[in-house]
Structures are given as structure tokens and as C-alpha cells.
Design a protein around this ligand. Structure first.
Ligand code: UD1
Ligand code: CA
Length: 448
């Protein structure tokens, strides 16, 4: 089989989203919808992806060119239907190789489905169509099969007879064919139909009339959920969460209350990790084996190594790299800090921009003062160091290995290894002062 190319349709207006952001740039589980389709195409072995846009979608065009490079956009001007949209990509795709048509607003299509379509082509099908049994077929195109189970044609709901409308096997819109078949049949598609559009779906009937067989690959309805408005966007995200939670548990992760844990598209969780209720994984999180993520923690762009315990109520921000058996406790925020194994910050701290050595202990209320309003600077805490509670470490600053910092210190200069640094007002004590104060106050009050 020759080169594989993907064509992603995204020229629709997307008005129902009621948004200044192009529809396919809305995110599902932390990733723009169009990028779900781009990633699927790449996983399916497509060496090129062409996104079909309409004129005026400048923001989308800029985004796609920035991520996929030049020669990744075909302009459909004006949009005259899904068949016309695929034709708009013909010049860029050429007639060699095979192509798969994806939508920019249908992010949950599985790789197996696309592989199934390409396999159907290898089996001799002219066109492979991804179909699903719809609970409520509504406006979906209906897949009309011949007695032998092959696909005769696709009928759009508007043109369907009562018998055809009763069919529940529906068209997802995803389709594969050799480029020569696809563009050959498309050149014969007309707009003589209820919508006055050039329907991509007509290529199946044209192939059948040409004596060619087409095949249906079936998937679950949840996988082909499209997003035209904010409710569907939420439903699609929910469908992803259900899928991802099940996968996590199947991979040996304990989710104590699965329905309260939110994943991103790329969340990685190692075996025997335990996730307590109400945890949010933003993009870019990798948890190694046997870690515990306690309740109400929020993680993004972070690595958590084996056996570490995070939370409850912890916040890990991008660049947090939490070593083996570390502990990050309640109301601790970590950003761009590498914690070596066994280091601890158990309560109420901000650790930003720096590194913490093996087994170091950061007391309650430790603050890395990393920002002076203009620049960010680094704080380095050495192995085995002990930072007393409520200390401010003014970066750039280094606390040497094994050093102590007295509670309540404001540390502006480096501390030598194994030294004690105390930087706070010295306590004074005046014996009997309180008694004298109270006596003098009560005398003057009773006098007036
Ligand atoms: C299409 C299918 C229908 C299928 C349904 C699944 C056709 C004729 N019908 O219907 O069988 O059940 O999808 O959701 O294909 N687009 C363009 N240019 C255009 C028109 C559309 O790029 O000129 C893009 C849209 O942005 C969208 C996709 O194609 O991503 C589908 O278009 P839409 O108008 O939603 O198709 P449906 O009428 O829903
Ligand atoms: Ca649609």
C-alpha cells in the first residue's frame, strides 16, 4: 500500500458554538479538537495531513500552519458540501496512495477504527466507511447494506424513505479510499439533492454502480460524538473521561472515585498508583508506579516518581519533578522545581524555580521568593538540609548540604553546608512587664 494521507474537514462555520474561537480549536481533555484528528492521522501512518478550511478562518489557518507547517491547508471557497470539501484537497493530495477523511470536530475516533478502514481497502473494498449503531439516528446519514453485508449506498436523512429512516446503522463521516477512487468518484458527484450540496457520501453509491464493493467498519456511538455546540463539547469530554478512567483501572491504577477524577489527553499513570477523589490532571502529567495522589490535588506539566505522595490539596505546576518517595503535602505549590528522592514539603509552601536535594525537609510555610517583579531566580536546597517553618529564601540563593535554617528566617545570602543560619529578630524578654502594664492601665482607667 502506498502513502497514506489524511484530509481533515474543518470548513464549516461552527456558529452553534457561539464563540470567537474557531470550533475545532475548542479543547477536549486539554487538546484542540483538530489536534485529536491530526494525532489520529499520524498514529494511523499518514505521512501528510491536509486540513480543509474556508476563507476567513484566519485564526485556524495560522494555527494549523504553525503546528503542521506550510502545505497543510486546502481552501474550500465557498464551502459547498462535504464532497466538495474533499475535492478542495485533491491538488495537494494527488491521486497516488490512500486517503482517510476525518472531521475536525470529532475527536474520539479510535486508531483501530481507522486501521480497520485501511484494512478493508487492502481486502478489496473501494471505500471503507466508519459506521455506528445510533440510539437516535436523527439527521445522520443511513448506511444501506446489500444482502451480502457489503455497503450499497449512504442516504442522507433528508432524502431517505421511511424504510431507510428506520435503519439505525449510521454514517460517522469517516471514510477511506485510494486517492484515485476517491477523487475519481467525487468528480461524478452532483448537488442535485435536498441541500443543494455535493455530498461526500454519494461516492459509495457511485462505486457500487461501478461494480465495486464498499465495506462498513463499526464502532461505538460514543467514539464518533461530534461537537457542534457547548453541550456536545461537554458530552464529548465526558465520554473521553469515562473511556480514560476505565483504561487507567485496566492498567492497574486504583481510582477511589473514578467519576471525580479528570484526565487530559496525555495523562500517564503507572501501575499501582492510587488516585483519591477529586483530582485534576492537566496536560503533560506523568505519574510513575506506586505513587499516591491524594484528594483535591491539581497537577499540570509535572512528573511524579515512584512511591511519592502528593496532597491532599497540592498543586503541581509545569516543571514540577517530584522524586521517588517525596512528600508534597496540603497547600503546597511546586513550579519548575526538581525534588530529589525522599525530599519533603508537607505543609503550606511555595516552591518555585529551583532544586531540592535528597531527603531535604522544607518546613511549613517555606517560600522560595523567586520573582522580583522582573526576573525569576533559582533557589537550591542541598541534600539533607532542614529549612525551619515560615522561612523566606530570597533567590538566587543556595542552602548547602546538611545545613539548618532557623524558623522565621529571611535568607538573602548563601548558607554553607552543615551550618546554621538564623535571620530574624532576636527575642527579648522583660520579666514582670505584663503585670506592671496591666496595673498601670487599670489605675488610669478607674481614675476618670
Ligand atoms: C455528514 C454526513 C452524514 C453523517 C454526518 C456525521 C454528508 C453529506 N453527510 O452530515 O452522512 O451522518 O456527517 O456527523 O457528508 N464541512 C466542510 N465543508 C463543507 C461542509 C462541511 O469542511 O462544505 C465539514 C464541516 O466543518 C464538518 C464536516 O464537514 O466538520 C461535516 O459537515 P456537516 O455539515 O456537519 O455534515 P452533516 O450534515 O452533519
Ligand atoms: Ca454535523
Amino acid at each position: 500500500m502506498g502513502e497514506r494521507v489524511a484530509v481533515i474537514l474543518a470548513a464549516g462555520k461552527g456558529t452553534r458554538m457561539k464563540s470567537d474561537v474557531p470550533k475545532v480549536l475548542h479543547k477536549v481533555a486539554g487538546r484542540a479538537m483538530v489536534d485529536w484528528s491530526v494525532d489520529l492521522a499520524r498514529s494511523a501512518g499518514c505521512s501528510r495531513t491536509v486540513v480543509v478550511c474556508s476563507p476567513g478562518q484566519d485564526r485556524l489557518i495560522d494555527y494549523v500552519e504553525a503546528t503542521l507547517g506550510p502545505n497543510s491547508i486546502a481552501i474550500q471557497d465557498p464551502p459547498l458540501g462535504t464532497g466538495h470539501a474533499v475535492q478542495a484537497a485533491e491538488e495537494m493530495v494527488g491521486r497516488d496512495g490512500h486517503l482517510v477523511v476525518l472531521y475536525g470536530d470529532t475527536p474520539l475516533i479510535r486508531l483501530e477504527a481507522v486501521e480497520g478502514l485501511f484494512a478493508a481497502l487492502e481486502d478489496g473494498a473501494a471505500i471503507g466507511v466508519l459506521g455506528f449503531e445510533a440510539a437516535d439516528p436523527g439527521q445522520y446519514g443511513r448506511l444501506i447494506k446489500a444482502a451480502d453485508g457489503s455497503l450499497d449506498r449512504i442516504v442522507e436523512a433528508r432524502e431517505a424513505s421511511a424504510d431507510e429512516l428506520a435503519v439505525t446503522l449510521c454514517n460517522s463521516g469517516v471514510m477511506a479510499a485510494s486517492a484515485s477512487d476517491m477523487f475519481g468518484y467525487l468528480s461524478n458527484v452532483t448537488n442535485d439533492n435536498a441541500k443543494g450540496e455535493f455530498y461526500l457520501t454519494d461516492v459509495v453509491g457511485l462505486a457500487h454502480a461501478d461494480g465495486r464493493r464498499s465495506a462498513v467498519i463499526e464502532c461505538d456511538e460514543a467514539d464518533v460524538q461530534g461537537c457542534n455546540d457547548r453541550t456536545q463539547l461537554a458530552d464529548t469530554n465526558a465520554a473521553f473521561q469515562v473511556r480514560r478512567r476505565r483504561e487507567a483501572m485496566a492498567e492497574g491504577v486504583t481510582l477511589e472515585a473514578p467519576e471525580t477524577v479528570y484526565f487530559s489527553y496525555d495523562t500517564e499513570l503507572g501501575r499501582d498508583t492510587i488516585v483519591e477523589p477529586n483530582v485534576v490532571f492537566g496536560p503533560g502529567v506523568r505519574i510513575e508506579t506506586g505513587a499516591t495522589i491524594r484528594a483535591f490535588s491539581h497537577l499540570e506539566g509535572a512528573v511524579v516518581k515512584s512511591g511519592a505522595v502528593i496532597g491532599p490539596y497540592a498543586r503541581l505546576r509545569p516543571g514540577a519533578d517530584i522524586g521517588e518517595h517525596c512528600r508534597i503535602g496540603n497547600f503546597v505549590e511546586v513550579k519548575n522545581v526538581a525534588m530529589a528522592s525522599g525530599a519533603k514539603a508537607n505543609h503550606l509552601a511555595y516552591l518555585g524555580d529551583g532544586e531540592v536535594g535528597v531527603g531535604a525537609n522544607l518546613g511549613a510555610g517555606t517560600i522560595f521568593c523567586n520573582y522580583d517583579g522582573f526576573n525569576k531566580s533559582r533557589t537550591v536546597v542541598g541534600a539533607g538540609a532542614f529549612v525551619g517553618s515560615n522561612s523566606a529564601l530570597i533567590a538566587p540563593v543556595t542552602i548547602g548540604d546538611g545545613a539548618y535554617v532557623g524558623s522565621g528566617s529571611v535568607i538573602t545570602d548563601d548558607v554553607d553546608p552543615d551550618a546554621l543560619a538564623v535571620a530574624r529578630g532576636r527575642q527579648v524578654q522583660k520579666k514582670g512587664w505584663a503585670t506592671e502594664f496591666r496595673d498601670s492601665q487599670s489605675k488610669s482607667k478607674s481614675g476618670d
